[in-house]
Design a protein around this ligand. Structure first.
Ligand code: ADP
Ligand code: MG
Length: 397
């Protein structure tokens, strides 16, 4: 059972908090933030700490600078965005755990914040170097982890630092874990999962977990459905599929049957003669994709059938788009599913970066119980994996 302390379980007044956030925002070529949802996701914890008289050393990574300073991945745009949201100064320490950062950390007063430069400018972060974690810990009294997006990584500031400080979660991690935990551990039935996206190998463990957790129906969509279809001996044309997974998927379908789980594949597909929106497009029965064509979306009959099943569910977990939704001609399946998920009377959980982006683009976000902010982390969590960034936190008494 999930039993970790949050910022509400400890006294933060007058304390210096090392707050690990996920400010890994997408930047355009001018360094402007394209989507600030991750910054906004961190605000409740930051505001709570400031209102309760703590001072905060903020820390995050951005991109994959691989242990080297890379000005294109500086957190400067994040500092500017935070200043606008919080209406306070957000000074930065470029040397991370060097003398300037130490001096700034010494000087901050309750109600003030500072931001360390991109923590992945230092190789010790991803190496989870204990000395590095210890020197960062020495700047603070408490470690708060609110970086759900990196909770599946054991890095110096997501896990290692917890060895040296009292450690609790922020509100974002707490909300994520509780919402997804409730859906997976105690689901109301019918429990329907929609699984799609590009690679079945990435999601095999999730499918197995869902079968184990007595999911009533698994609706397979997206590119991964062609690997299943191939296992049944259908013609999939040029569709994306994983040869090495075909046999495994055949076995998985058998297992689903044995366990009384209704694992459904698309009955029709939208196919195209090239990977482009202006391709020659047809709708064909599943397993009868002509040579020279590739499956790009679930077909209209599948979308209708799936929508009815989704709408009557009490618990829905959706991970992975139904087609190449980035191209308008292949977005219909994903749109239909998004609409059906928005209508669910019960718990609806969306994990996965692209699925979350798809539902946000369609304007249905507010009709969903929970949209996870962490792509890889949510997939890991839903699979039942222990996330090091959460396991390292102190248990409630
Ligand atoms: P998520 O981020 O939600 O977990 P994935 O990353 O697994 O989802 O997959 C999303 C990607 O899968 C999208 O870029 C989408 O275009 C692609 N995709 C979905 N269906 C197909 C298909 N039939 N052929 C090729 N790519 C597909
Ligand atoms: Mg993705």
């Amino acid at each position: 059972m999930y039993n970790k302390k949050t910022v509400k379980d400890i006294d933060v007044s007058g304390k210096k908090v090392f707050l690990r956030c996920d400010f890994n925002v997408p930047l355009d070529e001018n360094g402007e933030i394209i989507d600030d949802i991750r910054i906004r996701g961190a605000l409740p914890t930051i505001r709570y700490l400031l209102e309760n008289n703590a001072s905060i050393i903020l820390c995050s990574h951005l991109g994959r600078p691989k242990g080297k300073v890379n000005p294109k991945m500086s957190l400067k745009p994040v500092a500017a965005a935070l200043e606008e949201f919080l209406h306070i100064k957000v000074p930065m320490a470029a040397d991370i755990n060097g003398p300037i950062a130490q001096m700034m950390a010494n000087g901050i007063k309750p109600g003030q914040v500072m931001l360390l430069e991109n923590i992945r400018f230092r190789p010790e972060e991803e190496a989870n170097d204990p000395e590095f974690a210890k020197s960062l810990a020495s700047m603070a009294d408490i470690f708060v982890n609110d970086a759900f997006g990196t909770a599946h990584r054991a890095h110096a500031t997501t896990a290692g630092i917890a060895d040296y400080l009292p450690s609790v979660s922020g509100f974002l991690i707490d909300t994520e874990v509780k919402a997804m935990g409730r859906a997976m551990n105690n689901p109301q039935h019918p429990f329907v999962a929609i699984l799609g996206g590009s690679k079945v190998s990435e999601k095999l463990k999730l499918i197995e977990k869902l079968l184990m957790e007595k999911c009533d129906t698994v609706l397979v969509v997206g590119a991964m459905s062609y690997t299943f279809r191939k296992a049944l001996g259908g013609n999939i044309g040029n569709s994306l599929y994983e040869e090495s997974m075909v046999e495994e998927m055949g076995k998985l379908m058998e297992r689903a049957k044995e366990q009384g789980c209704n694992l459904l594949l698309p009955v029709d597909n939208v196919v195209a003669d090239k990977f482009a929106n202006d391709a020659d497009i047809k709708v064909v029965p599943a397993g009868q994709i002509p040579d020279g064509y590739a499956g790009m979306d679930i077909g209209p009959a599948t979308a209708e059938m799936y929508a009815r099943i989704i709408e009557s569910a009490r618990t829905v977990v959706w991970n992975g788009p139904a087609g190449v939704f980035e191209m308008p001609n292949f977005a219909h399946g994903t749109e239909t599913i998004a609409e059906a998920v928005a209508k669910v009377r019960g718990v609806s959980i969306i994990g996965g970066g692209d699925s979350a982006a798809a539902i946000a683009k369609m304007g249905y976000s507010r009709y969903v119980t929970h949209i996870s902010t962490g792509g890889g982390a949510s997939l890991n969590f839903l699979q039942g994996n222990v996330l090091p960034g959460i396991a390292c936190l102190d248990d409630k008494e």
